[in-house]
Write a protein that binds this ligand. Structure first.
Ligand code: GLY
Length: 409
């Protein structure tokens, strides 16, 4: 029997969502000081999505020694772009539905009030640097597709195959399991979209996951990554890394880079290359960036909305929560739809106050979204969620029996 990804999801989304506790969760987290600082913070300071944590220290030293804020932010995001095991950006990013990696990035340089962006770029891993090159070497702001790739090559960026063995095999797993109408047909915002039935954990689900895990093994996906690959097939991630940097004098810049939504239609752009959605920096006010459901963020111009909110006096936390509430409003508060999306904002005000806010606590129970911060002390803090619970709440994965793992390893 063939079970498509869509069929499968309709029988795997389970469990009541813990709704309505979000305001309390936000209040508690804010009171505890995690994920935000309402009053003026320290300068210099760098904030990034959680996947930038390992690269903050070197970038902070560079910034403290007088380095430019955009260069400091790029030092953070270039790390994951170069890491073949990081599947949300650059080399090793999960590809589009045809198995081709397409990358997006945008940046804003506060002191010079300039912006650069590239979208749908193939074969060039460091699109963060290409976005900066658009600022420095063109009179344009945005380049896409083949033109952006040719510009990058002309600027001396090496062309390479960005698909790794791991990302190729994960794509193959998706390819073998996907529904022919993934990303086609009514999307979440379409009136005809129907929520999957809320069916509790079942033998069919367990068997389905086990079969997928076994197929992952047959494809040669290494045991420690196998269940992650299964999850990425069932719930294609949007990955992404954002970083904003503020120096001692108050100069600031921001950058966001991504491989975008996994298995997307070729040519699909999310929010990351869209200045004002994936990233926005105003030298007079602050900087904000986003990871998560790009389609939703574009519709609320999230990063720009947040910076404007701060310009009008809101704290970073309130400014971010307001942008999240605009997404909720776009769906009339329908949590049957909202649970299939997620959004995290990383917010830095010119005085060093910051916040990390998210629509849901995380993609999986117990694994909160995180904001990484370095202001002399390097730390990773859970973001403050609007809603309690995980988006795309997924039941715990059953373990593949040890004997079967031995057989197929
Ligand atoms: N936020 C990344 C994307 O949706 O492409």
């Amino acid at each position: 029997m063939h079970i498509s990804r869509r069929d499968f999801i309709t029988t795997t989304v389970v469990g009541p969502l813990a709704l309505g506790a979000g305001a309390a969760a936000a209040a508690n987290a804010a009171a505890a000081g995690a994920g935000s600082s309402a009053t003026a913070g320290k300068r210099p300071i760098i904030v990034s999505s959680g996947n930038g944590y390992d690269y903050l220290d070197a970038a902070y030293e560079f910034l403290k020694d007088g380095g430019d804020t955009l260069d400091a932010a790029i030092r953070v995001v270039k790390g994951p772009e170069d890491d073949p095991n990081e599947d949300s950006v650059g080399l090793g990013g999960l590809p589009n539905e045809e198995g081709v990696v397409e990358l997006d990035a945008c940046c804003m340089h506060g002191p010079s009030r300039r912006a650069g962006s590239v979208g749908g770029v193939r074969n060039i891993r460091n699109v963060s640097l290409v976005a900066k090159a658009v600022i420095e070497h063109t009179g344009h702001v945005m380049l896409v597709g083949e033109g952006a790739e040719r510009f990058a090559a002309a600027m001396g960026f090496a062309r390479e195959n960005l698909l790794t063995q791991r990302s190729r095999k994960t794509w193959l797993l998706w390819k073998e399991f996907h529904s022919s109408d993934d990303w086609w047909g009514p999307g979440l915002a379409h009136p005809d979209w129907r929520a999957p039935e809320n069916i509790a954990a079942s033998d069919a689900r367990e068997q389905g996951i086990r079969r997928l895990a076994e197929r992952a093994a047959d494809l040669g996906i290494e045991p420690e990554y196998r269940m992650a690959a299964v999850r990425k097939v069932l719930f294609p991630p949007t990955g992404t890394i954002h970083c904003s940097a503020l120096d001692e004098q108050g100069a600031m810049s921001g950058i966001t880079t991504t491989s975008g939504l996994a298995y997307k239609l070729p040519g699909r752009l999310g929010d990351s290359p869209v200045i004002g959605a994936g990233c926005f920096t105003d030298q007079d006010v602050g900087s904000a960036g986003a990871t998560g459901s790009g389609e939703e963020n574009i519709k609320v111009a999230g990063a720009h909305t947040i910076v404007e909110n701060m310009r009008h006096g809101m704290s970073p936390l309130d400014a971010g929560m307001d942008a999240l509430k605009r997404i909720v409003r776009n769906y009339g508060g329908d949590k049957q739809r909202l649970r299939f999306m997620d959004m995290t904002y990383y917010i830095l005000r010119k005085d060093g106050a910051y916040a990390g806010v998210s629509l849901w606590e995380g993609y999986e129970p117990g694994k909160p979204h995180r904001i990484a911060v370095h202001d002399g002390s390097q730390r990773s803090e859970p973001t403050i969620p609007l809603f309690a619970g995980a988006s795309q709440e997924f039941p715990p994965f059953p373990k593949v029996p040890a004997e079967r793992l031995k057989e197929i390893s």
